[in-house]
Design a protein around this ligand. Structure first.
Ligand code: 5GP
Ligand code: ZN
Length: 115
């Protein structure tokens, strides 16, 4: 999928309507359109990266920036004390639907134990 066809690239360019909760040079944050928890946000790099393995060493700071922004959003959404989960789905077996890297932030309810 090219950036021209990508939902998240279109949201960033304002071609698809979505409230941008946070934005900087590296990434932006929106609410998931089909939330799996009362707080379900997506931290999305501005760069159209499909997979973590595609991130070049020059772009590695973007990943750190995304984690830092996830912390900022967790504070804003008041889920730090109650706890939350960060998820990156990678590929078919993980159920990745949008082929543009993104970090899910899930919280404000007890989340099922993993494994
Ligand atoms: P994935 O399964 O690829 O990790 O997650 C993609 C997520 O993007 C899904 O949770 C889905 O609900 C969300 N999503 C897909 N299209 C849109 C959209 O147009 N707007 C928003 N806000 N979220 C979307
Ligand atoms: Zn994209």
């Amino acid at each position: 999928m090219t950036p021209e066809e990508c939902i998240f690239c279109k949201i960033h360019k304002g071609l698809i309507d979505s409230e941008i909760l946070y934005s900087d040079d590296n990434c932006f944050v929106i609410r998931d359109i089909s939330p799996r928890a009362p707080v379900h946000l997506l931290v999305i790099p501005v760069l159209h990266i499909t997979r973590l393995v595609d991130v070049n060493i020059q772009d590695a700071h973007i990943l750190g920036g995304m984690l830092k922004v996830a912390s900022v959003m967790a504070i804003r959404e008041n889920i730090v004390e109650s706890g939350y989960r960060l998820v990156v789905n990678q590929g078919e077996n993980a159920g990745q639907v949008v082929p543009h890297l993104h970090l899910h932030i899930l919280g404000a309810k007890p989340l099922a134990a993993m494994g």
